[in-house]
Design a protein around this ligand. Structure first.
Ligand code: ZN
Ligand code: ZN
Length: 457
């Protein structure tokens, strides 16, 4: 089996992995880098330029996993594309939104490449996707199969418990079993239920390390953290301000809306909430699919019950900053020109207002910079705007949609695969996981796949 890491660095960037086995060529995921523009935002497709793919499998519809799929489909017109039904539905919405964002970005950029793909191309691409239910094996030509009936390569999706539609991917080929975690959570969230992954007989495992550089907070429970958030919101409102929570449009927004509905039901706290236009569209998909899969609170209809106000790129500039309100706006990393970034610039210098961080942020992103800023420090939230002095109140909460490093290590120890490939982590996170697993599993080979290098597994 051949394997190439198609990311450009050891990082959480544009995820994409090439696999060749049993006479088949596949790519797992095809992300867009959140920090870079043009060609640099794409995975590195050079090592596979001369190879014809049979299939592209997508784990879930976060930008860093699906964001450049139309580009790879253009370069690989014969490849079939597979994902879960919810991932297809969300992915379609998200890629169209991405065309709009890239078109806006083009104005400030030197590149003529933007947008990297168009609305029409996205529609044509989405028409070709085949959606697959969980725990059903398929051949790469898209036929259902019972794995024991065939020697050919088959794949199967497993619930990853990360966001709606997210899946790990099992490949069976030539008597070996290869499993790709995608992004995974082994704990229940407010909406998402914990992953159901294979628990034995995996020969090669490729697993994410997002939280590898931080230990799980001692005594942490989801319910405890929800209550800590409710109390902090109450204090923030008592200071006479509002609270900005930068969130991903997919996943974290819906988790926050579900928490608010719980606060209301438990008569803990009630307040108006603002979300962005894309978040609202994705929440609609959560509501439509509430009964269709495993999740908590299957009867909760987010938009009907919570009734969030919706802001967009036009209204964000003039929307009043009202005290006693939550602004749960994307992007989660506060990338320049997104709603959360524009709103942060309006409140960061005011000590009455608060910014609460609830998940992962790249340390170099605006969210990462603000999260680590000291009171009174000068920060640049948008490179095109003036630096600002941090006077607002900043707090952090742990509502990550990713498994803790302890849960990752426990899972890998249970499986004890012969080979373990570590991906989707900053260098420190990957290194901690590598060192720990090498100690725990001396019989296994722990590999950090170097970008662009072909490995024989
Ligand atoms: Zn993700
Ligand atoms: Zn990811």
């Amino acid at each position: 089996m051949k394997f190439i890491n198609l990311t450009r660095r050891t990082e959480i960037g544009a995820n994409s992995y090439y696999i060749e086995a049993g006479g088949h060529r596949l790519v797992l995921d095809c992300g867009m880098h959140p920090k870079f523009e043009g060609e640099d935002a794409l995975p590195n497709f050079k090592p596979i330029a001369d190879r014809q793919l049979d299939a592209i499998l997508i784990s879930h519809s976060h930008q860093d996993h699906i964001g450049t799929l139309p580009v790879l489909m253009r370069r690989q017109p014969n490849a079939r594309v597979f994902m879960t039904e919810a991932t297809a539905e969300i992915g379609n919405t998200l890629l169209h939104n991405s065309v709009n964002v890239m078109t806006r970005q083009r104005e400030g950029l030197v590149t003529t490449l933007y947008p990297l793909f168009t609305h029409r191309e996205t529609d044509r691409a989405a028409d070709q996707w085949q959606s697959c239910p969980l725990q059903q094996a398929y051949t790469v030509s898209g036929e259902r199969t019972h794995s024991r009936d065939t020697d050919a390569l088959t794949f199967e999706f497993f619930d990853a418990g990360h966001v709606l539609g997210s899946a790990g991917i099992l490949l069976r080929v030539e008597g070996r079993r290869f499993f790709y975690s995608g992004d995974v959570n082994f704990d229940d969230q407010t909406i998402a239920q914990s992953a159901i992954f294979p628990e034995k007989d995996i020969d090669i495992l490729i697993i994410e390390c997002t939280r590898g550089d931080t230990p799980a907070p001692p005594g942490w429970t989801r319910t405890g953290e929800e209550h800590r958030l409710a109390a902090a919101i109450e204090r923030a409102f008592a200071r006479g301000g509002c609270v900005l929570i930068p969130v991903f449009a997919l996943g974290k927004t819906q988790e926050i809306l579900a928490m608010l509905s719980k606060f209301r039901r438990e008569k803990l706290l009630d307040f108006p909430i603002y979300i962005g236009g894309l978040s609202s569209k994705i929440s609609e998909i959560y509501d439509r699919r509430a009964h269709l899969g495993r999740r908590q609170l299957p009867r909760l209809q987010l938009l009907n019950e919570v009734r969030p106000f919706v802001l967009n790129a036009e209204t964000i500039h003039d929307a009043p900053v009202r005290s006693g309100r939550i602004y749960a706006l994307s992007s989660g990393m506060m990338m320049p020109k997104t709603l959360s970034n524009l709103f942060a610039q309006r409140i960061v210098e005011n000590p009455r207002h608060s910014v609460f961080f609830v998940g992962y942020a790249d340390p170099e992103s605006a969210a990462g910079i603000l999260k680590n800023a000291l009171p009174g420090e000068q920060v640049t939230i948008d490179p095109d705007a003036a630096a600002q002095r941090v006077r607002c109140h900043i707090e952090q909460f742990q509502f990550s949609a990713h498994a803790s490093r302890e849960a990752i290590v426990a899972y890998v120890n249970r499986l004890a695969p012969k080979k373990i490939l570590l991906v989707h982590g900053d260098p420190l996170a990957v290194e901690w996981t590598r060192a720990r697993l090498s100690l725990d599993l001396p019989e296994s080979k722990v590999i950090v796949p170097p970008p662009g290098v072909e490995l024989e597994l």
